[in-house]
Design a protein around this ligand. Structure first.
Ligand code: DON
Length: 440
């Protein structure tokens, strides 16, 4: 991975297009040649090259994480009443407000980000910004701080954001006064990070809300998925459609030159390179992410990475029974379906298809062998229990080889379904039982 990142860095470090942001005067001081790349795997392994530990301010890359905090505190329905989730097709600082209501288009553009950060609760013991800083720090897995010079610089010059805040407030869509809203938002944008921090933050979203380095569950799987969805459709402003088409990853850019992308259940990726294109995206970061996505086949729509074969054996009643035991070699009575690996929706569909195939051969009895299954998701549990019940209702004798009790109770707790087919430790025992029942 380090070598792959290194190759990307050498390939694109000579790119000279783009301008360092200067509308926040303090950002002008950034080194236009700095170029760092970092990737964090789902096991929390960090890889990085170049200026990946150079500090810079998070700017708009804070937006998805503060949106996550609002979602975690208030829930999607309440947050959506204040800020929508529609791509604006406009620049990050546009007046992207819904006609008639004044509700911001989404939480990735400035208008929506001002609202999302104003939705974060504020109490004397836990002031709003302290909550935001603590939350960003948990995503990064280390205590972050504020670059006060950048904060002051944006406070002095940020009239456009102030104007946006007043406009939203006048439409009744800002829960706090505009001065408070912009102060909190400017401070959130001035939080200091480096590319490795950003890769850990992106990896936390990709890892279903649990920081893969620290093991801290920062947000629920549901909130992580909601944030990634809005990043995918809105994270790159008016370049979001093109980005999803070509790079195919939920992403967020920032004007200081930071860029993140998340490969759900795969990795968190980040870069730092200050020169920006017209949409406010790091030019080298964009090129590197696009090349990496293409080279490693990371486009979201290339999913799912189909797991290997789930069903390892389907016999009908006409086949000799494999697996030994009292009825080994007999025919005409017991059909067998054997599965392996982790069972999710896709795998459960394959098993059900196998069961139908086996049962349609005319055998009165069917054995489902789960001995080599090493995990089962709740959806697969429900599908298999329903499928087996249907077979029983159709008059088949069904038995399970299920030494680990995968179908005994729902995975992750919950009440076991009543009844269900008898379970045995081995295929031979299950087949023997079926053969006896079938012979009656
Ligand atoms: O509100 C602003 O203008 C900045 N604090 C953040 C904008 C930003 O990062 C846009 N992203 N590309």
């Amino acid at each position: 991975m380090t070598a792959a990142l290194g190759e990307l860095r050498s390939r694109f470090s000579g790119v000279r297009q783009g301008e360092v942001a200067s509308y926040i005067p303090e950002l002008r001081r950034a080194d236009p040649d700095a170029f760092g790349l970092a990737l964090v795997s789902m096991d929390g392994h960090p890889y990085s090259v170049g200026e990946a530990r150079t500090p810079f301010t998070v700017q708009s890359v804070s937006k998805p994480f503060v949106y996550a905090l609002a979602l975690a505190e208030l829930g999607l329905d309440e947050v959506s009443a204040w800020v929508n989730a529609e791509p604006s097709g406009e620049a990050f600082n546009a007046i992207s407000l819904e006609r008639g209501t004044g509700r911001p288009a989404n939480a990735m553009v400035n208008a929506g980000a001002l609202v999302a950060s104003s939705l974060v609760p504020d109490t004397p013991e836990h002031p709003r910004f302290d909550r935001i800083l603590a939350f960003l720090s948990r995503f990064a897995g280390r205590p972050l701080d504020v670059d006060e010079a950048v904060y002051r610089s944006e406070s002095v010059t940020g009239d456009r954001n102030r104007a946006l805040a007043y406009l939203i407030r006048s439409a009744g869509r800002l829960p706090v006064d505009p001065v408070t809203a912009t102060q909190t938002y400017f401070r959130q944008c001035a939080v200091r990070v480096n590319a490795v921090d950003l890769a850990v933050m992106a990896a936390t979203l990709a890892h279903g809300g649990e920081n893969p380095v620290t093991g801290d569950r920062v947000v629920s799987e549901e909130v992580a998925a909601q944030v990634l969805a809005v990043m995918a459709t809105c994270g790159m402003y008016d370049a979001s459609g093109e980005w999803l088409l070509r790079v195919g990853l939920p992403a967020k850019s920032g004007v200081s030159g930071g860029l993140i992308a998340a490969g759900p259940a795969r990795f968190g990726l980040a870069s730092y390179s200050p020169p920006l294109d017209a949409a406010g995206t790091s030019v080298r970061g964009r090129a590197a992410f696009a090349a990496l996505s293409q080279r490693l086949g990371l486009h979201l729509m290339l999913n799912p990475a189909l797991p290997g074969s789930t069903v390892t054996l389907v016999t009908t009643g006409e086949d000799p029974l494999p697996g030994g035991g009292p009825v080994a070699g007999e025919t005409g009575k017991v059909a067998v379906v054997a599965a392996q690996g982790a069972l999710d929706f896709t795998a459960a569909e394959r098993v059900l298809h196998g069961l139908d195939e086996a049962a349609s051969g005319g055998a009165p009895s069917v054995v489902l062998d789960l001995a080599r299954v090493d995990g089962i998701e709740p959806v697969a549990y429900a599908m298999l229990r329903q499928g087996l019940a249907r077979l029983e209702r159709a008059g088949h004798h069904v038995a399970l080889a299920d030494p680990a009790g995968r179908l005994a109770a729902p995975p992750g707790g919950g009440r076991p379904r009543d009844g269900g087919p008898p379970r045995f430790a081995t295929r031979a025992e299950a087949a023997a039982r079926c053969a006896r029942e079938g012979g009656r």
